[in-house]
Design a protein around this ligand. Structure first.
Ligand code: DP6
Length: 318
């Protein structure tokens, strides 16, 4: 049996919307940071029939079934027993599917000696959940088309620009509308959808330049813009998708006050009410102390940039 570990990632230029047709291909490129301090551990072994056990609970998971079906068209895989554990809340906007599929594909690759490259693992992980394509890689990762193929890649190593992260948790329950359903709703109903797709291409280019140049101000501006534009798209969908609560808005105000006082920090928010504060190196402690006192924040979780998906006993992450 093989056991793999992967971390969630947080998108700074967001993916929201899929191309029509098979393969779970995104409509837009995206860029993220992989986050240490939160992890999924997944073990796979040959079994009598496929089974998925998440945090000790046996579940039917149609995304896992879809991925295994697709992989079996290319590889001779037996029925699989999959055991996965998250050390953070599942389904609360903390991207458990990203770390989950990155760990799953990494474990399958090792157990059945498929000898996939990191980019190939990333493309398979994308079939399960597109954001998972980025969790194969550590540090700053992209998901974009290369020669017509959508796979992730590493843009910058974590040690080259060790940003810090503070997550303000405002609600630990599962989100009301899952991402896949929400993004299809936006594609089908929002009058802003085309503008979102078009403008995200430019945001992606700008953000890649900001990361390469380690320009915190530029990254901050483009990441907050991508976040706010995503939520404007969600709000303009029918029925409207509103993932925020009052504590989310209060946390944005807290981060704005920190910015006004000269702290290098910016916020980003996904399909859930948690606020993720990305901080320049050395600024995480002060940001965490203030966010912990922001009205409605239940707790804060501190994180650093993490490694890519790897085997539990391997010192060599991607
Ligand atoms: C808001 O990767 O969960 O976190 O491909 O349908 O599984 P599927 O969607 P998923 O969507 C992530 C949406 C997001 C933004 C992002 O991570 O880029």
């Amino acid at each position: 049996m093989a056991t793999a570990i992967a971390h969630p990632n947080i998108a700074l230029v967001k993916y929201w919307g899929k191309q029509l047709g098979p393969g779970n291909l995104p409509a837009t490129p995206s860029l993220s940071i992989t986050v240490a301090g939160l992890a999924t551990t997944t073990r796979v072994e040959a079994a009598e029939r496929d089974s998925v056990c998440i945090n000790g609970e046996v579940r039917r998971d149609t995304k896992v079934e879809g991925l295994l079906g697709a992989m079996r068209e290319d590889f001779d895989l037996p029925p699989l027993g999959i055991h996965t554990r998250n050390d953070f809340p599942t389904g609360a906007g903390l991207a458990s599917s990203a770390s989950g599929f990155a760990a799953l594909v990494t474990a399958i690759d090792a157990e059945f000696e498929l000898r996939l490259s990191p980019q190939e693992r990333s493309a398979w992980a994308r079939r399960g959940s597109a954001s998972a394509a980025r969790s194969i890689f550590g540090g700053f990762a992209t998901l974009a088309p290369r020669d017509g193929h959508w796979s992730g890649d590493r843009l910058l190593a974590k040690d080259s620009w060790p940003l810090e992260l503070v997550i303000a948790v405002t609600d630990e329950t599962a989100k009301p509308v899952p991402s896949s359903e929400g993004m299809e709703r936006s594609r089908a109903t929002s009058p802003f959808y085309e503008a979102w797709c078009r403008s995200t291409e430019a945001d992606f280019e700008t953000a890649c330049q900001a990361v390469t140049k380690r320009d915190f101000g530029l990254l901050s501006a483009v990441a907050e813009h991508s976040c706010m534009k995503l939520h404007a798209l969600m709000l303009s969908s029918r029925p409207a998708l509103l993932y925020w609560n009052q504590a989310t808005i209060a946390a944005i105000a807290t981060i704005r006050r920190l910015q006004d006082a000269g702290t290098s920090v910016f916020y980003t928010i996904d399909a859930g009410p948690q606020v993720k504060a990305v901080c320049a190196p050395g600024q995480g402690g002060g940001v965490a102390a203030l966010l912990a006192r922001s009205p409605g924040v239940l707790r804060v979780v501190r994180g650093a940039l993490g490694d890519g998906a790897r085997l539990a006993n391997s010192p060599q992450p991607s």
